[in-house]
Design a protein around this ligand. Structure first.
Ligand SMILES: [Zn+2]
Length: 330
């Protein structure tokens, strides 16, 4: 779910202002902020970019030391306090954005300044899952034109990964999901073939190896299931195959594969937020949408007003692959 208009909670910061992906225009700035002006259009992002630390200075990393996602902090960095309260009780921030509110306070390092002509109720989806899947393919898996790509998990992130494969010119995009009702929808994102592991007696990596004469060139795993992660790795071709892990596993999961799978020149990679640096890179993803290279409309199946937010949760929990924008009430 995404919020469009003006801004989840954690157990030990019980009262929290929820919401993590949204857009808005900037009203007020704090002294010292030099690269934004009131009226700028911005995407608040759940992870930040300070531009000063080793990670921000590295071309390879987006894991900012200062502002990388922190679900436990709940307060502003400079004074350790929340900017929200109710009847004298603090309400904690959520992942630095707290976007289910008409006004919010965000660290400048978590704001991506974007093209003011971009429709905010569309590009808000780039603040999290869509950039995560898209970047996993474009920035990390990097499939070549004409190559084969397997996408594990056809939720929003997986569909965005498929969109990245489509943009890259992949000739075969194989969608893998246990829920066959997602297959039709995935065709819109360039998925050409489908594998439902439930339909096969043999392991899914063997099914894919048979379909592709030895394995796919690239795979992107977007489920968080450790068995899917292992399959995603073992289904890439020896000699050149690259598998990228995107989904977040359970705390006690362990990734197990025979070392020969690596020695046979398969590469396993992981990525966070599609390796995009929020401030430096997300504006250019917005431009990809503006010049029609990237299609965002098809990611949004429903819109609900904020006053009916519970409907959005119903859509999410239905498991029917519904992807919803929450519009803040005027
Ligand atoms: Zn940094």
């Amino acid at each position: 779910m995404y919020t469009s208009g003006k801004p989840r909670a954690k157990p030990h910061c019980f009262l929290a202002s929820l919401g993590m992906k949204q857009e808005g225009s900037l009203r007020v700035l704090v002294k010292g902020v030099t690269d934004l002006e009131p009226g700028d259009h911005v995407l608040p992002v759940f992870t930040g970019e300070c531009k000063e630390c080793r990670h921000c200075k590295s071309e390879e990393s987006n894991m900012c030391d200062l502002l990388r996602i922190n679900t436990d902090r709940g307060v502003m960095l400079n004074d350790g306090k929340s900017r929200f309260s109710i009847r004298g009780q603090p309400i904690y921030h959520f992942v630095g954005t707290s976007t289910f509110s008409e006004y919010t306070v965000v660290h400048v390092g978590c704001l991506a300044k974007i093209n003011p002509a971009a429709p905010l109720d569309k590009v808000c989806v780039l603040s999290c899952g869509i950039s995560t899947g898209l970047g996993a393919t474009l920035n990390v898996a990097k499939p070549k034109k004409g190559s084969s790509v397997a996408i594990f998990g056809l939720g929003a992130v997986g569909l965005a990964a498929a969109e990245g494969a489509r943009i890259s010119g992949a000739s075969r995009i194989i969608g893998v999901d246990l829920n066959a009702s997602r297959f039709n929808e995935a065709k819109k994102f360039g998925v050409t073939e489908f594998v439902n592991p439930k339909d096969h007696d043999k392991p899914v990596h063997e099914v894919i190896a048979e379909m592709t004469n030895g394995g796919v060139d690239r795979s992107v795993e977007c489920t968080g299931s450790v068995s899917a992660m292992i399959s995603a790795f073992e289904c890439v071709h020896d000699g050149w195959g690259v598998a990228v892990l995107v989904g977040v596993p359970n705390k006690d999961d362990a990734f197990k594969t025979h070392p020969m799978n690596v020695l046979n020149e398969r590469t396993l990679k992981g990525t966070f937020f599609g390796n995009y640096k929020p401030r430096s890179d997300i504006p250019s993803v917005v431009e990809k949408y503006m010049n029609k290279e990237l299609e965002l409309e098809k990611f949004i199946t429903h819109e609900v007003p904020f006053s009916e937010i519970n409907k959005a949760f119903e859509y999410m929990l239905s498991g029917a692959g519904l992807r919803c924008i929450i519009k803040m009430d005027a």
